[in-house]
Design a protein around this ligand. Sequence first.
Ligand SMILES: Cc1cc2nc3c(=O)[nH]c(=O)nc-3n(C[C@H](O)[C@H](O)[C@H](O)COP(=O)(O)OP(=O)(O)OC[C@H]3O[C@@H](n4cnc5c(N)ncnc54)[C@H](O)[C@@H]3O)c2cc1C
Length: 494
Amino acid sequence: MSAVEQADVVVVGGRIAGSAVAITLARGGRKVVVLERRSFPSDTLSTHVLVPYAVAEAARLGALERLLATGAQRSPYVHVGAGNVQLTEHWPTAEGIGYGLCIPRPEQDHAFMETARAAGADVRERADVTEVVWRDGRAAGVRYVDADGAEHELHARLVVGADGRRSTIAAEVGSWRPYRGSRNGRGAAFRYMDDPRAGDRRWGETMSQWRWGRNIGYTFPVFPGRVICLLMPPAEEIGAMRRDPDGAWDALLASDPDGIGWRLEGATNRTKLRSTAETTSFFRASSGPGWALAGDAGHFKDPVIGSGQRDALRFGRRLGELVAPVLDEGGSDAELDAALRTWERERDRQCNASYHWGCRESAPTEPATPLLQEVIRTFEGNPAHLSHNFNRTLEPERAAGPRALALGLLNALHRHPGRRGEILREALDELPAELGIRADRWFGVFRASSSRPTERPDFDWPPPPAPSARRAAPEPGVDPEEALARAHEVVMGV
Ligand SMILES: Cc1cc2nc3c(=O)[nH]c(=O)nc-3n(C[C@H](O)[C@H](O)[C@H](O)COP(=O)(O)OP(=O)(O)OC[C@H]3O[C@@H](n4cnc5c(N)ncnc54)[C@H](O)[C@@H]3O)c2cc1C
């Protein structure tokens, strides 16, 4: 083993959350080392919509120029299609940004990592963290293995696990099992294709959500003329998609001929289908003596609401901002731990309502009920409420507040006389969830573990991988420019 190194902060994982923490602390002159087991640019199984608020976070971190240099399409419009309701809005400007982006992960994540390097963080790729080092009951550093198989020890006052849902750091600090969570009801399947409606400016620059049958789907412009489609049917249908990717995909689109089926009719040059049915949402205890879990390592929301990256960036940055003064002023360990706890509390408070929104949207039931359609219709008279909902510039319970719910209910009863019983039942079923979410906001208990009606708490949670099984297969080093070009070709279907 080489000589033990010393840093102020070690960040494990160099994608979105890790880069956000590292950029914020490195800019302030802290010695930050980022250890990332992959060789970047690197892909991951995730779509990648950045709503304007997330783009604004990227701008704050200084990554926007690099993101735009990828040639990504800017999407200033957002659309929802739900049965009889078709609603399009111009995104309102959030911190100077009035458009969304959707940049494939190899290019996007590389841009964040390079921004961290430029800010002064020491980013080491192909560095696989295996253990946390403890001193007097505090996390005091990590051990890792480099690309040549050599072992290293790095000491730091703060260890940040930004290493994703299967976080090694969560396992090492005893926080592997979430204290609350919800089984996903929907799966996710996605692919890129040439956009058959790119010539129509309205569609070529619009991020859209489609709700039909028991399904939710999305179309996001990626590069000019190229679009990604994410289908989120009930989770049990992902198996059929894997057995017959093209047949099942086409059948699902055809089942919404006036919505997403129409939007993508005639799409060509489709890439291979990728899918997952494992997207349990959760909260883990995310701070402790000398450690924190940022991004997906600490908290995951169902991808159906497309908020993961936004929050990984936002709360990565906030973690850096909250601990910086303690690290700068030689604060005590108790002060550092208090700052970490303040950070976790802030994250939970700001994410609670959208976590429940994600749990609710992930229920594999009809997503465009008469009640829901009529609630969405009320947004027509409230500019930007649809955008607020996706952007989270208003909490979901405020964007679709009591007035929208009451008006939606009255209109649903009026317009769908044959379904009144069902509409009333749905409204009544919503009540406890709505009240619970508001109660959490007013009286929020830290790390409350009791479940709300939106959640499906019967989720499976595998045991943590044994330390001997944690290491990833070593990757060869790559030339970043060549690898970026190759990743781009894959997305473009070349
Ligand atoms: C199907 C799907 C679709 C999604 N779609 C969207 C979307 O459209 N928009 C959106 O905002 N969010 C979306 N999300 C959520 C989004 O992917 C995540 O919230 C986001 O990637 C979290 O970033 P992160 O940096 O916390 O973790 P990750 O992206 O998981 O990165 C963790 C990093 O840590 C590294 N690492 C892991 N272990 C170690 C170790 N031991 N040593 C060193 N390095 C390690 C990994 O190699 C990886 O690079 C989606 C998620 C899924 C599953």
